[in-house]
Design a protein. Sequence first.
Length: 110
Amino acid sequence: IKGLQLFYIKEKHIISNRVFDEIMLIFGISDVSLYKLQKSLKKIVPLKPKLVDMYWNSCCAFIGKNADYDAYSVCGELRYISGKTPKQSQKLAAYFSIIDSLKIQFKDPS
């Protein structure tokens, strides 16, 4: 439990893995690794983000009717960074399904 609490603080304050490992040693939690904590957390909360291409200033997501566009329809800005092979999005956003979140919250597998 202490390891998961420290993992929460790590993510909340964007602490590097190296610093996190040092904190774990200081608190005498050497039997739990960052990998084990992440694995345990995935079992408890099995949410996986879907990465969505975004316009560089976050005003448009390339989903739904915009999913097949290579440029933003309002200003014409490109979806992908010019000259990158393979194509690399200007920006990505993580999307978490509300349905999956509710299933976990109410522990309903269907």
